[in-house]
Write a protein that binds this ligand. Sequence first.
Ligand code: HEM
Ligand SMILES: [Cu+2]
Length: 515
Amino acid sequence: MYVLMAIFFLVVAGCEALAIRWQLIKPGNDFLNPDTFNKFFTMHGTTMVFFMGMPILIGIANYVVPLQLGAHDMAFPRVNAFGFWTTLFGGCLAYFSFFVPGGPPAVGWFAYAPLTETTFSPKSGVDFWALGLLVSGVGTIAAGVNFVATILTMRCPGMTLTKLPFFCWTMLWTSLQILVAIPPLTAALIMVEFDRVLGAQFFNPQNGGSAYLWQHLFWFFGHPEVYILILPAFGMITEVVPVFSRKVLFGYEFMAAATMGIVFISMGVWAHHMFAAGMSRTLDMYFAAASLLVSIPTGIKFFNWLATMYGGRLWMASPMLFAVGFLAMFVLGGLTGIMLASAPFDLQVSDSYFVVGHFHWVLIGGTVFGVFAGIHYWFPKVTGRMLSERLAKWQFWLLLIGFILTFGPMHVSGLLGMPRRIFTYQADRPWQLWNQLSSLGAMIQAPSYLLFVINIGWSLRYGRPAGDDPWDAWTLEWATTSPPPSYNFSETPTVRSRRPLWDVKHPDDPDWKYE
Ligand code: HEM
Ligand SMILES: [Cu+2]
């Protein structure tokens, strides 16, 4: 249900994005008026992060984590249902704003103060936005608690923490990060509502409040949030790459440590989003250095994925295709991240299209490619049927080409000085060509998502039956039937290594001898 909801919101926010790109296709266009344009990019960003990104990851993990652990279900099934319904209700609340006077908020997804104060946003759009995120945040926290409890207490006999399937390991750390990052956002949203409804002045500089405080509170959530969105994708890639290279994961312990490293470091880098706010030089230096540090554990992961593939027998079925797409694309987004982390460079391009290029590159090249790798990998387990490889290949190539064409040119228009969030530009600026390329790219990408939805519908009906273990994989979810019975396993499995099914299939040379 989480996944279905996420796909629904993906389509909604995708349409908003298409409208935005259509508006920017030529200078002086009047397809969207300035106010509508602001509302669309606000709702697009909010929806993609809160009602598409997190729910799709939590949804997949809800299904896969108990199976990988050899457990019958999540630790708290009712909390699970509670989390889903609150997330959905939060999404509905945010979208109710379309039906109130003044319409949706027009403040951007990070909603900088004092734009959110009643002076600048007198109508109720911002209230719906804040309450929607608040409510869905409660749902996300519930999911985080549930994953931590499940992974710590529901592992089958023999599965020590060091034998945890890697996706579960990343979900454990993602959930801890949820528990640290979301409550401050919840608190900050309550403060916004205090300002708006009860006459408080937390973020109102005119009466002694601080707009700068909001930036700190928001990014203390906002930066960890981007890792909440990427770590589970790392986990999915780490499941797919070994199976489709026919090799054991290279450097499990280092990968595990790198995951922890990323989580700890990324808690302390939030103000790299605030270089342009005019912090002190000491703070600039600290946050730049800390941000650069993240690239070390990320690099470790990268080389381990490559080392896993190196010398393997690569099988380029659709999950692996997306995984390789992820590897090729994500590294470039990491590089622009490192560029932005150096404060002097960032000052030049902050709030330009270069930043928009950077974060779409990591979010689509990273999270979206990772999620597609995961969905193509686990779809046969969930439904008992294979996805059509032909449609999947079309989906992949359209996405890859469209994605590069949409977000590559944004780096150029950004360097040429195009600010983000402008609804139009004059013809004498050098930006037109790059915007046309971006809009063309968006039109190539859109059918790719459509093909994905069609593939799901078609394969549910006509897909080839999958059998229990179509990929000849090694973790416990492939030991039960596809789809699994509601109790997952009729007998609680016991494991002795990180690849229990390898041990079963190769009793002469089991892994536990070596681990
Ligand atoms: C090596 C790793 C990375 C570094 C050093 C880095 C650095 C930065 C910096 C300095 C900014 C602020 C730019 C500005 O506003 O002027 C930024 C923006 C952003 N980054 Fe990254 N980044 C990295 C990886 C990622 C990843 C993995 C994601 C998500 C999956 C991500 C998502 C974002 C988002 C969403 C924004 C923009 C937020 C906004 O202004 O709306 N980044 N990044
Ligand atoms: Cu950041």
